[in-house]
Write a new protein. Structure first.
Lengths: 306, 328, 253
């Protein structure tokens, strides 16, 4: 394991981290502030990926595809909240779980009907397919660098939104307190819808960024959903800052773990067993980390104040 | 009150469940006459799934704990058989013992770690633990890893499971035991307090009781019931793989519970019937109504579930009650 | 009177910059009704929560029947002899009045962790449950689901459950809240009858009830005790008049 490879993996970890953050940011607010168990958040990732892929195919331009896909995902989140989600806020968590589970089934099947069950592979335009030398002798894919950049930019944007704007103050104050937000002159129903749509939008962006890197297929969002939940638990439900730190942490730990663990295992196991056990154990690592955090700090590392 | 009286009291209060159980007991007679042996297979699957759902319902319907971890316990119960057989242990009774023990211990650990939290935290944490176990079993190459392991029908001396209908009635007896057990404890002081905790934990505390003690106990019991279901499942399917413990399987159990009627004893069993029949018939229906989309019958299922959640929360039992004007 | 069932000594609690409880000391004797009054936000409920165990004081001791209970959890304190009725009715929904009492009775006997006998038809529990209901006079509504109870009846059940464990100390947090004039009278009579065995700490806004029931009154303003003693003396206290008693009948403001 050379230093160069290690660096490359760290960057990959950062890329996974920001991707997880994009997904977790919206979800932590939905879970923490609206107290709504939105299991179908992974579907938003999928919708974003498919929107970008099809709009790119339609317009023939990758950048245009993404630019157009962003309002599409925002709209999908907005519509979903308006049509269904808002009827479920008062229901028990169990009801929310089941309804959103039904949504997952529905969306996955809908995509399957519309685009077929096979994975789509989107190709990158020439401008993004190259490599960039980030350090001497270290070529790194331009696109992955872009993903990291987009992710950090979004993180900054969310931070500014939440901490500097009036809407952000409302959200922080707790979009759940009807009386208070009404007194502040904000329509809580619209606020919730916007938070929901924004969360969907960022999750969709994560999906769009993932498209060229992995396969765009039905159900692609669920594994990421689970990982985002771990991020949120570790970071603290309702805390965007916690989500960011936890996401980067998990992205790096998970990526490095998958690479390093087989190496470590190989030192006292035979090759085949090490290569087999490595990835699975690396997957478990994240949950073990989560369990440790839970034992020590049940409300996460950076629970929101108040 | 003697044990006999307690059981009779339980049976009298749960007439619908008794009817369903009797139905399952007599079912093979019908399939024998009508020459539909495949339906026995389906019935076994329904009984197993129903058993697992009844286990989850104890903590979910009565105790109000939305746990995504219970598919993992079903999986542990199934793997208990596979792993035991791997090491040359073929006695089915011992499999059951190992399964109950393993699920009991695991239920205690996971329950203890998870039940310190509530609400959304609890849901997410049980989900994460389920996934952790899923990945653990994928990584266990020795026991088949991703591909799973095949299982022989266990040796339940003196019963020979290869004789016709023996497995069917073994599963039925297990279901009967679980049903009787639940009938009794749901109405016992423990069960009633568990239900009280769901609605108002602080009042239960104000009575001098420690809610956590009851919740963990309920969790462990429900884990063991799911484990038993898993053990039966192993002999029925003659195969086990990590897929059985994926968190979406827990979601299926929850769907079954709500289809049948949450917080009732017969509900989960009725829900299992409905769920598996839907799974059989929806594709058929699609073939007739919209043949080009026959493969995508699942697209109906999602909205059906949402509709049930929005409009039919009492599930099938709620429906029966409204039509019959009351029942057990 | 008799030995104090509750001794608070120098209780202090702050939430960040807000000091909710300032060096509060008071005593409640067995057989005594001790009223705790004060304007809204004075910290009465916070104080009760510290006695009850759902909040921890920053400093000071809480002694129940002579034993320090600071380190005990809520259920542990309840078993030592505290009964609490909550300001907002905290009864077991989804059950009938009778079933509520049965569960309380099972808890009182330390027999809640049992798995066999059906709880609601167990003769031992039934007897005790009915006795609980008779004490406040709602045995006639035993079969009614809690959701169908009138507000005043819910408050009575709330009181019954607080009494169920045969506590030495009763913490009553505005038991009359939201009750009509008849129900209030009824409640006052019942509480007055309880005087013989139990020590009662009563938070109330209804001054009529306070002056009819209380043997001792403590006035809490902004977390501190500004007066404590017999009702007539407290009512005449200048500081109290200034801070709190604006007129004859204090409204529920």
């Amino acid at each position: 394991m050379t230093l160069i490879l290690l660096l490359e993996q760290i960057f990959n970890g950062l890329q996974l981290g920001v991707t997880l953050f994009l997904i977790a940011a919206g979800l932590t607010l939905i879970l923490g502030i609206m107290d709504f168990v939105f299991l179908a958040h992974g579907a938003q990732v999928m919708i974003g990926a498919y929107a970008a892929a099809s709009l790119t195919a339609l317009t023939g331009n990758f950048y245009l595809g993404i630019l157009l896909a962003i309002p599409v995902t925002f709209a999908s989140g907005y519509l979903l909240e308006f049509l269904l989600i808002r009827h479920l806020y008062r229901r028990s968590h169990m009801d929310q779980v089941l309804a959103t589970f039904g949504l997952i089934l529905f969306f996955n099947e809908l995509i399957r009907i519309g685009f077929g069950p096979a994975a789509l592979f989107s190709s990158l335009p020439a401008s993004l397919s190259g490599f960039v030398t980030i350090l001497p002798e270290t070529p790194y894919p331009v696109f992955r660098l872009l993903v990291i950049g987009v992710g950090l930019a979004c993180a900054l944007g969310i931070h500014l939104l939440v901490s500097r704007t009036k809407i952000g103050a409302m959200v922080r104050a707790g979009a759940n307190n009807e009386a208070m937000t009404a007194a502040l002159g904000v329509n809580i129903r619209v606020l919730r819808r916007l938070v929901f749509a924004a969360g969907a939008c960022f999750a969709g962006i994560a999906g769009m960024m993932l498209g060229p890197l992995t396969a765009v297929e039905p159900g692609m969002g669920e594994p990421l959903l689970i990982l985002s939940l771990v991020v949120i638990i570790i970071g603290g439900i309702g805390s965007v800052r916690g989500a960011f730190i936890a996401a980067i942490l998990i992205g790096v730990v998970d990526t490095l773990g998958r690479v390093l663990l087989p190496v470590i295992l190989r030192s006292f196991m035979d090759q085949a067993a090490a290569d087999g056990a490595g990835p699975a154990l690396a997957s478990m690592m994240v949950y073990i980390l989560m369990s440790l955090v839970l034992v020590v700090r049940p409300s996460g590392l950076f629970p929101p104040k108040g | 009150m003697t044990l006999f009286h307690i059981l009779v009291d339980g049976l009298a209060r749960n007439r619908l469940l008794v009817v369903i159980l009797a139905g399952f007991a007599l079912f093979p007679i019908y399939t024998g006459i009508a020459d539909l042996p495949f339906w026995n297979d389906l019935a076994m699957r329904i009984m197993i799934l129903g058993m697992a759902a009844m286990g989850l319902n104890l903590v979910l319907g009565y105790g109000g704990m939305v746990s995504f971890g219970h598919a993992a316990f079903v999986g542990i119960g199934a793997y208990a058989v596979g792993i035991s057989q791997f090491y040359g242990l073929d006695n089915g009774w011992i499999h059951v013992l190992i399964s109950l023990l393993a699920c009991g211990v695991l239920g205690l650990v996971i329950g203890f770690l998870s039940l310190r939290t509530t609400g959304i935290y609890f849901i997410m944490i049980t989900l994460a633990f389920a996934q952790m176990l899923y990945f653990l079993f994928i990584s266990l190459e020795e026991f088949g890893g991703d591909d799973g392991m095949s299982i022989d029908r266990a040796d339940f001396m003196p019963i020979d499971l290869w004789e016709p209908l023996r497995l069917y009635y073994l599963i039925w007896v297990a279901l009967l035991c679980v049903s009787l057990f639940l009938m009794v404890i749901v109405r016992s002081r423990f069960g009633v307090v568990l239900e009280a905790i769901r609605g108002n934990e602080s009042r239960v505390e104000a009575m001098g009781l420690v809610p956590l003690r009851f919740k963990i106990t309920g969790y462990v019991i429900s884990a063991m019931i799911c484990g038993l279901a898993g053990t039966m499942f192993a002999s029925w399917q003659e195969y086990v793989s990590p897929d059985i413990m994926h968190w979406t399987r827990s979601g299926e159990l929850m769907i079954i519970i709500i289809l049948g009627g949450i917080g009732t004893l017969a509900g989960p069993l009725l829900g299992a019937v409905a769920f598996l029949l839907l799974e059989e018939w929806l594709p058929e229906l699609m073939h007739v109504v919209a043949p080009e989309y026959a493969e995508n019958w699942m697209i109906i299922f999602g909205p059906v579930l949402i509709a049930v959640v929005l409009f039919a929360r009492g599930g099938l039992i709620g429906l029966i009650r409204r039509i019959g004007g009351g029942g057990s | 009177m008799s030995a104090p069932v509750l001794i608070l000594d120098g209780l202090t609690k702050s939430y960040g910059a807000l000091c909710a409880t300032r060096d509060v000391s008071l005593q409640v004797a067995a057989g005594e009704i001790h009223a705790l009054i004060g304007p809204n936000g004075a910290g009465k409920t916070t104080l009760v929560r510290q006695i009850y165990g759902s909040e921890t004081p920053d400093s000071g001791t809480i002694r129940l029947c002579g034993q320090t209970v600071n380190h005990l959890s809520v259920p542990q304190r309840v078993r030592r002899g505290i009964g609490r009725s909550f300001q907002i009715s905290n009864v077991l929904m989804g059950f009938t009045v009778f079933e509520n009492a049965v569960i309380a009775e099972a808890a009182r006997r330390g027999e809640a962790f049992r798995f066999l006998r059906p709880a609601f038809s167990d003769p031992a529990l039934v007897e005790g449950a009915m006795a609980i209901l008779v004490r406040v006079g709602i045995e006639g509504r035993a079969g009614t689901r809690v959701a169908d109870l009138a507000h005043g009846e819910k408050r009575l059940l709330e009181l019954a459950l607080a009494l169920a464990g045969d506590p030495a100390l009763l913490l009553l947090d505005e038991p009359m809240a939201g009750a009509g004039p008849e129900e209030t009278q009824h409640m006052i009579e019942i509480i007055a009858r309880l005087r013989s065995d139990v020590g009662i700490l009563l938070i109330e806004h209804d001054m009529d009830a306070v002056f009819r029931l209380a043997d001792q009154v403590t006035v809490l303003v902004e977390g501190a005790v500004i007066a404590s003693g017999e009702p007539q003396a407290v009512a005449a206290d200048a500081a109290v008049r200034a801070a709190y008693l604006g007129g004859d009948d204090d409204a529920e403001a």
